[in-house]
Design a protein around this ligand. Structure first.
Ligand code: TRP
Length: 320
C-alpha cells in the first residue's frame, strides 16, 4: 500500500473551507493509502509569534481532524516538532539545493512583492517541507494547488540526492492536487480566515446559522425565478449536500423559493454534517491530556520511521 502524507499548519482554528477543501478529501484517502498526517507547528512559526496561540491552534487543529473522522489507530497522527530528525534531513537537503531555486519560491517572492522583509524561515520553508515529506518515504502528498511548487522542489532534491549518493536512498513523491471546487466564503471569494469571510466549523449552531444568514445574495422578490449557478449559497450547498443540490436548483429556478429559504436549507445540511462532529470536537478539545497522549503515541511511531530514514541518509552521505 502506498503512503500518503500531508502537513497541517496550525495557524487558525479550522473553518468550513479547511474542512471541505482539505480535511474531508484527505480523510477519504485513508481508505486507499497508508496515511501519515502531521501538525506542522514549526512551519507555523513563520507567522504565529504568540506561544499561547500556537499551543492553542495545535490543539484546535488536532481535535478538529480527529472529530472530523481521523482515526489515530489507523492514520499516523503526530506533531512535526516531536521528531527532531526533520532538521537533520533539512540540513542535508539544503546542501543540495541552489539558493536560486529558493529565490524562485512563490511564497518568498510574494512576500518580497508585498514589500515585506521575509525571514530566513520563509526563505527556507520549502526545505523543511521537503524534509517533512522525504523523512517518511511518502509516495503521494495531498495538497492544494498553491503547494505544487513545493512538491516539485521536493522531487528535485530527492532525485539529486539519489543520483549523487545512491538510487533508492529517498522515495521520490508525487503531488496529489485535489480537483475539488474552491470553497467560497460569505462574500463569494475563497474562504479564508484573513478575509473574514469564513463560516465557523465547530461554533455553536446559533453562530453557524447567523454566519449562513450573512452570506451575500441578490435581492429578487420571493416569487421571482432565481439563477442558482454562481450564487454562494448554491455553490456551498452543492459541496455539503451534493445528492440534494439539483433539487435546490429546481426550486430556485421555479420561483416562490427565496434566498432565505435556500440559506435555511444550507444551514440544515451543514448542521446534519457538522452537528455530531461538533459534539465530538468539544469533548476531544476539552481533554488536553488525552490529546497530548494521542500525539505522544503518534510521535513514537513517527520517530521509528524517521530514525530508519536518517540512518540510510547519514550512511549514504558519509556521516556514520
Ligand atoms: N506548507 C503546507 C501548507 O501551508 C503545510 C505543510 C508543511 C505540508 N509541511 C508539509 C504539506 C509537508 C504537505 C507536506 O499548507
Amino acid at each position: 500500500m502506498k503512503t500518503s502524507l500531508t502537513g497541517i499548519k496550525p495557524t487558525n482554528n479550522p473553518h468550513l473551507g479547511n474542512y471541505l477543501g482539505a480535511i474531508r478529501p484527505a480523510l477519504a484517502l485513508a481508505r486507499s493509502y497508508r496515511t501519515l498526517y502531521f501538525i506542522a507547528d514549526y512551519h507555523a512559526l513563520t507567522t504565529v509569534r504568540d506561544p499561547a496561540l500556537l499551543r492553542q491552534y495545535t490543539r484546535d487543529v488536532t481535535a478538529a481532524w480527529i472529530a472530523s473522522g481521523l482515526d489515530p489507530a489507523q492514520t499516523l497522527l503526530y506533531r512535526q516538532s516531536d521528531v527532531r530528525e526533520v532538521f537533520e534531513l533539512a540540513w542535508v537537503l539544503s546542501c543540495l539545493l541552489a539558493t536560486g531555486q529558493l529565490e524562485r519560491g512563490h511564497a518568498y517572492k510574494a512576500a518580497l512583492d508585498r514589500g515585506e522583509a521575509p525571514s530566513a524561515g520563509v526563505f527556507n520553508y520549502p526545505v523543511l517541507m521537503a524534509a517533512d515529506i522525504l523523512l517518511y518515504d511518502a509516495h503521494v502528498v495531498p495538497v492544494g494547488e498553491d503547494q505544487r511548487q513545493h512538491i516539485e522542489l521536493t522531487r528535485d532534491v530527492a532525485k539529486r540526492l539519489n543520483h549523487l549518493y545512491g538510487e533508492g536512498t529517498l522515495v521520490v513523491p508525487e503531488a496529489l492536487v485535489d480537483d475539488a471546487p474552491l470553497v467560497p466564503g460569505t462574500d463569494g471569494e475563497k474562504m479564508s480566515k484573513s478575509r473574514g469571510n469564513a463560516l465557523p466549523l465547530f461554533a455553536p449552531a446559533s453562530e453557524l446559522r447567523k454566519a449562513v444568514m450573512r452570506i451575500a445574495t441578490s435581492s429578487e422578490p420571493l416569487e421571482a425565478p432565481k439563477e442558482p449557478e454562481g450564487s454562494v449559497v448554491y455553490r456551498l450547498y452543492r459541496q455539503v449536500a451534493p445528492a440534494r443540490a439539483d433539487e435546490m436548483a429546481t426550486k430556485l429556478r421555479a420561483g416562490g423559493y427565496g434566498w432565505g429559504h435556500a440559506k435555511q436549507d444550507l444551514f440544515e445540511a451543514l448542521e446534519a454534517e457538522l452537528g455530531p462532529k461538533r459534539e465530538r470536537y468539544q469533548a476531544i478539545r476539552a481533554d488536553e491530556a488525552g490529546l497530548e497522549a494521542t500525539l505522544a503515541a503518534g510521535a513514537e511511531r513517527a520517530r521509528a520511521i524517521a530514525a530508519a530514514t536518517m540512518r540510510r541518509v547519514r550512511h549514504a552521505v558519509g556521516i556514520d
